[in-house]
Each structure stands twice: as structure tokens, then as C-alpha cells.
Design a protein around this ligand. Structure first.
Ligand code: SF4
Length: 177
């Protein structure tokens, strides 16, 4: 067993290594099909469910950069996600926190970028998990027109839902979703 010296203890352990800017890893030669969830607003959410294990993860992110995925990162993510797969269907999953806090225009950009990089003859689809509290007619129209598969988080009947899924002021959210 290696002896731990004072020097060794002072060395920071790095789990993430920065790539030189402008250099991207080559797309893998053997491709396949996979499915990853993206959280473009991190753990930010407009409500405060009693059992949420995720809200406090916001402390892991750099406060000064904001919680919103930057547009350049969004484009790079979508392009690389498409390039890394060769199945007949490519499925994007958008989750939070609460992803609708990003606004419809953020999701319009997503669809535009996907169209720009869509390979011929392959289907690109999207799913969205939301607490439903910010959905209005405009959102519903957008989601319908773009064939999003939408999951709305509801905890059963009102009395159960409102026992656990409260807003930031401790008010029930059943009627809002
Ligand atoms: S809606 Fe989801 S992310 Fe938001 S507080 Fe509830 S469990 Fe957490």
C-alpha cells in the first residue's frame, strides 16, 4: 500500500479534464442507438415538492454562468448527439428541474437546430417531462405541432398531489397542472 504523504494530501483530485478549446472528439466509428436525458436548465424548478432530491443540486453548478444551457452548447449537444448515432430514430429527452422555465423560444431553437442537422431518412423526435404548471395554449400548440411526447408529473388524486407537490409559497399545485 502506498504511503500517503503530506504532499499527496495537498494535491487536488481532478475528475474532469478540460479539452483544449476548439478541439472536439472524433465521432465514434462504431455507432449505435442510445438515449440520454438532457437537463438544459439544470435543477432549477418553479415548485418545491417535498420529496425532491434534485433541487439542491443547483449548488453544484457555477452560479455565475447561470443555469440555462448556452445556445452554443445547445447546438453542439444536438449536433454531436445526432452524429453519434445511426439508428432509424434519434430521441431527445428534455428534463429539469422544470424545462418549460426556459420558454417556448428555447424549444423552437431546439427544433430548428435539429432540422439543420437531421440526417436524410432518419426520424428525430423529442420528449419533455414537465410539472405542467407553466403549460398554456401556446405551449400546447407548439408541442402538438412538433410532435413532442409530453410527460406531466401528477401524484394521483388532488389530496395526494397537494400533500407533496407544493409551490415555493407552500401552495398546492394540482389545479395549475
Ligand atoms: S417538479 Fe420535479 S424538479 Fe420540480 S420540485 Fe418537483 S420533483 Fe423536483
Amino acid at each position: 500500500m502506498r504511503e500517503i504523504t503530506g504532499d499527496a494530501v495537498e494535491q487536488p483530485i481532478s475528475f474532469f479534464t478540460a479539452r483544449p478549446s476548439g478541439v472536439e472528439p472524433a465521432a465514434p466509428e462504431r455507432k449505435g442507438r442510445f438515449h440520454a436525458m438532457a437537463k438544459p436548465i439544470g435543477s432549477t424548478c418553479n415548485i418545491d415538492c417535498t420529496y425532491c432530491y434534485y433541487l439542491h443540486k443547483e449548488h453544484l453548478l457555477d452560479k455565475h454562468r447561470g443555469r440555462r444551457m448556452e445556445s452554443s452548447m445547445l447546438e453542439r449537444y444536438i449536433r454531436q448527439y445526432i452524429e453519434a448515432q445511426n439508428g432509424a430514430e434519434i430521441i431527445f429527452s428534455w428534463q429539469g428541474g422544470e424545462p418549460t422555465m426556459l420558454g417556448i423560444d428555447f424549444f423552437r431553437d431546439i427544433v430548428d437546430i435539429q432540422k439543420r442537422y437531421a440526417p436524410m431518412g432518419r426520424r428525430i423526435s423529442n420528449d419533455l417531462q414537465t410539472n405542467g404548471t407553466l403549460l398554456d395554449d401556446d405551449w400546447c400548440l407548439f408541442l402538438k405541432q412538433n410532435n413532442f411526447l409530453v410527460g406531466v408529473s401528477i401524484d394521483g388524486p388532488r389530496e395526494l398531489h397537494d400533500s407533496f407537490r407544493m409551490d415555493r409559497k407552500g401552495q398546492p399545485t394540482f389545479d395549475a397542472c
